[in-house]
Design a protein around this ligand. Structure first.
Ligand SMILES: *[C@@H]1O[C@H](CO)[C@@H](O)[C@H](O)[C@H]1NC(C)=O
Ligand SMILES: *[C@@H]1O[C@H](CO)[C@@H](O)[C@H](O)[C@H]1NC(C)=O
Ligand SMILES: *[C@@H]1O[C@H](CO)[C@@H](O)[C@H](O)[C@H]1NC(C)=O
Ligand SMILES: *[C@@H]1O[C@H](CO)[C@@H](O)[C@H](O)[C@H]1NC(C)=O
Ligand SMILES: *[C@@H]1O[C@H](CO)[C@@H](O)[C@H](O)[C@H]1NC(C)=O
Ligand SMILES: [Mn+2]
Length: 382
């Protein structure tokens, strides 16, 4: 947590400054030195802007941790905020706290304010109201919301140059934006308006994307600068269905969005061999790109699992790791997702892997070390 260590840098007071430069400094320097803004790393100058994510259960909390860690690994200068629903377990919140600057519990059921009233009227929109809570983070001037099933591949701080509401088009209906990644300005007024909008009009798709598209309904036409390029939303599904475009533009990918029913945490991981293991669905139901999936798990294994272990101590938790101590058997929690035990992995050449993947037969081989993945992807693109 190199980032947190900035807090440990001692701030010299006047007398210490004087003792450091006893011969050259005039005392009059002191008031200026102490009242002028501290010469801090960019981190602090950007403290009124934040990346915000949302976890409504422990599984999404793991996704949020991987996302947060990926933002840290790419040296973001912005704050990190996690909104968590009331069902996220205390140890998970603890683990989140060691990655995020702020972990805020949002319990709309319990809030006794407009959000609660809105929920009473539209009980179907519970998760949406929780997400809309991000507009009430008014101690930040601007934020970027990111779904917990996203992962960043490079620094994306430049997104803060965009205005509310900037988002990437949803290829399913390109005049709509996708609400998985968007730029917004926290405001109590906007928050209240959004809640009122939900109460009166509901959501055409039953979720936040419908509400936000109806509310910010000029997005499609009014201002093209609010259209984020597709590289901020390189979904595994998009790669799969439009391979030529991925080959052309994929190298610029900045964000991976693991769309669909199957999420990275639905798989399991063998930390011994570095392999991602499958789940019970048939291959044509899951199009997660194996290299990105492996990247997610390697980040999880390296940086998130130790935090979870620390937070849970002796208590068992859903690590997602294959338990190698019980002779290849899986943890209790994994059995539900694990089809009849997977056949032993065979070594397959990367050429064969590539062909299989393109044909929809995804094979999860763990040959890649974390540091090699980027290079690997690059060679894949050639
Ligand atoms: C982040 O910063 C560290 C320390 O300054 C540097 O070593 C590292 O290369 C940076 N990482 C990226 C992805 O730029
Ligand atoms: C990302 O792409 C997927 C499919 O290609 C799409 O469904 C989703 O709406 C997009 N998300 C964003 C943030 O644009
Ligand atoms: C927004 O509302 C919250 C909660 O009522 C309050 O603490 C905060 O100060 C408000 N922000 C502004 C800018 O008025
Ligand atoms: C409901 O939707 C209509 C049409 O988009 C809009 O004019 C109206 O303001 C909305 N209601 C609220 C309370 O925002
Ligand atoms: C993914 O895992 C969660 C938690 O185990 C489960 O509720 C969900 O149904 C799984 N999804 C699929 C498509 O298997
Ligand atoms: Mn998503």
């Amino acid at each position: 947590m190199t980032r947190k260590m900035w807090g440990l840098i001692p701030v010299l007071d006047c007398s210490q400054l004087l003792s450091l430069c006893a011969t050259h400094c005039k005392p009059s320097v002191c008031p200026i030195t102490t009242s002028a803004p501290r010469v801090d790393p960019p981190l602090h100058t950007m403290s009124d802007q934040a990346f915000v994510t949302l976890a409504t259960n422990d599984r999404y909390a793991k996704g949020a941790m991987v996302l947060g860690q990926s933002l840290l690994n790419h040296n973001t200068t912005r704050k990190l905020v996690a909104l968590v629903g009331p069902h996220v377990a205390e140890p998970c919140r603890d683990a989140l706290r060691s990655i995020f600057d702020e972990v805020q519990v949002v319990d709309v059921m319990d809030s006794g304010d407009t959000a609660h009233l809105s929920l009473m009227k539209r009980p179907d929109l519970g998760v949406t109201f929780t997400k809309l809570h991000c507009w009430s983070l008014t101690h930040y001037s601007k934020c970027v919301f990111m779904d917990a099933d996203t992962l960043v591949l490079s620094n994306i701080d430049e997104l803060f140059e965009r205005e509310e509401l900037s988002a990437a088009p949803d290829p399913g209906w390109p005049d709509c934006f996708n609400s998985g990644v968007f730029v917004f300005r926290p405001s109590n007024e906007t928050h209240e308006k959004l809640l009122a909008f939900c109460r009166e009009n509901g959501s055409f798709d039953g979720g936040d994307q419908g509400v936000l598209n109806s509310f910010f309904n000029t997005w499609a036409m009014a201002d093209i600068s609010k259209h984020l390029p597709f590289i901020y939303n390189l979904s595994s599904i998009a790669i799969y269905s439009y391979l030529p475009a991925f080959k052309e533009y994929g190298r610029d990918a900045k964000v991976v969005h693991f769309l669909g029913k199957v999420k990275p945490w639905n798989y399991s991981y063998d930390a011994q061999t570095g392999e991602v293991k499958g789940h019970s669905l048939s291959p044509d139901q899951c199009h997660l790109h194996p290299d990105y999936l492996l990247m997610w798990w390697q980040l999880y294994a390296k940086s998130v699992q130790p935090l979870m272990q620390q937070a849970y101590g002796e208590a068992p938790f859903l690590s997602g790791f294959v338990d190698t101590s019980t002779d290849g058997e899986l943890h209790e929690d994994l059995r539900e997702n694990q089809a009849p035990v997977a056949p032993p992995p065979q070594k397959v050449s990367s050429e064969v892997r590539k062909q299989r993947w393109e044909a929809g037969q995804i094979d999860y081989m763990g040959d890649d070390s974390f540091d090699n993945i980027a290079r690997k992807l690059d060679s894949f693109l050639k």
